[in-house]
Ligand binder design. Structure first.
Ligand code: SF4
Ligand code: SF4
Length: 357
């Protein structure tokens, strides 16, 4: 009989896992999972590794990223060991392992620490606005530069090294010898999965969720492009203006539905939300609303982007900037946003591994 390793069990529970030690290894979860294959069999194997405390095997596995959290395994488990939730918790745990700063793990395990981070960003923003004497034209000018430099900085200083660490744990350390050609042949998989997440279509009863995720990803990335590179808040181009409204409305509508689903808990995947899940959907919802309202206030002349006067309507922009700062500096590099990135690279590395065989 396998020995249970309580330390890893305790650790994984901090990332949202339930009583997976109740598993008696029947294999039902693996047989019902439509994404599990002969070459990439899960979730039972991941449960075994977790129960036995095989940290290195878990850290080097790409399988948690191949699961799309449909919840079928959890509803079929005779032991109520919640294998789907374990897979989700392993993704959070892996995110913390990839992160060289160590902050990801701290934020996942302690929501008050996340809130403290949010407060520090708010204080920094107010301090910066005070140094600019609350001149709204200058705050918006620097706010736009903040967007650009935060994207560049977070990607190069945090996310890129973390992806390299993921590659080290999952391919290099396992001595997967893939030819260079495999790396560029598999790039199409990276791009397709990143933008379409089409693998989730293979999860039963999941078509509408796939569609929502798809338009959310497209809406989010294009709003980022419209605000950062097309300078949506300052443009007088009608096409860009309408495009920005549409993109922010899409983000608002889809995330509103996500928040409602989590409140109603009407599907297995929505039944056990962690603080990091709430932060992700609520901040995305606020980003959609505040971007829409800021541009609307500019268009109906409640906010004058060339004025130095900070009127009461301009505080909507300050709120938008606060949400943006907390999103860009905490949720994107250390929170649930990273799952979007790591899952895409998980697919990419899995394809490279397949090509190396
Ligand atoms: S269905 Fe439940 S008991 Fe059976 S292997 Fe999966 S987690 Fe374990
Ligand atoms: S949650 Fe769905 S995709 Fe993930 S392991 Fe379970 S059945 Fe498979």
């Amino acid at each position: 009989m396998a020995l249970i390793q309580p330390e890893l069990t305790k650790e994984l529970k901090k990332y949202g896992a339930f009583d997976f030690n109740a598993c008696y290894n029947c294999g039902t979860c693996t047989s019902v999972c439509t994404l599990s294959t002969e070459d990439n069999s899960f979730p039972r194997e991941m449960i075994r590794y977790s129960v036995l405390g095989l940290e290195d095997d878990l850290k080097s596995s790409l399988k948690p990223w191949l699961c799309y959290y449909c919840g079928q395994c959890t509803t079929s488990c005779p032991q109520e060991a919640a294998p789907g939730e374990l897979m989700m918790s392993l993704r959070r745990w892996l995110t913390a392992k990839y992160d060289w700063t160590g902050l990801s793990g701290l934020f996942y395990k302690s929501w008050p620490l996340t809130v403290l981070g949010f407060i520090l960003i708010l204080v920094a923003e107010l301090g910066f606005a005070a140094r600019l004497h609350f001149h709204i034209d200058r705050i918006m000018y620097y706010g736009h530069y903040f967007e650009m430099f935060s994207i560049l900085g977070v990607f190069t200083i945090i996310l890129l090294p973390n992806i390299i660490r993921m590659w080290y744990f999952t391919l290099l350390k396992r001595k997967i010898k893939a030819p260079i050609k495999a790396y560029y042949t598999a790039i199409s998989d990276l791009i397709v999965h990143m933008f379409t997440q089409k693998r989730s279509l293979d999860c039963d009863d999941n078509k509408f969720r796939w569609f929502e995720h798809f338009i959310l990803v497209i809406g989010y990335l294009s709003l980022l492009f419209t605000t950062v590179f097309l300078n949506w808040f300052e443009t007088s181009n009608l096409f860009i203006n309408i495009l920005g409204y549409l993109e922010s409305a899409v983000i608002f509508i889809v995330t509103f539905d996500f928040v409602l689903s989590r409140i109603k808990k009407n599907k297995e995947m929505n039944k056990s939300s962690q603080p990091s899940d709430w932060f992700f959907v609520i901040w995305l919802l606020f980003m959609g609303i505040t971007a829409f309202v800021v541009r609307l206030f500019i268009d109906i002349h409640l906010i004058d982007i060339h004025s130095t006067i900070m009127n009461s309507w301009s505080w909507v922009y300050m709120f938008h900037l606060m949400i943006l700062g907390q999103w860009a500096l905490i949720i994107v590099p250390f929170g649930k946003w990273t799952h979007f990135l790591y899952r895409s690279f998980g697919m990419y590395f899995a394809k490279i591994e397949e090509l190396a065989k």
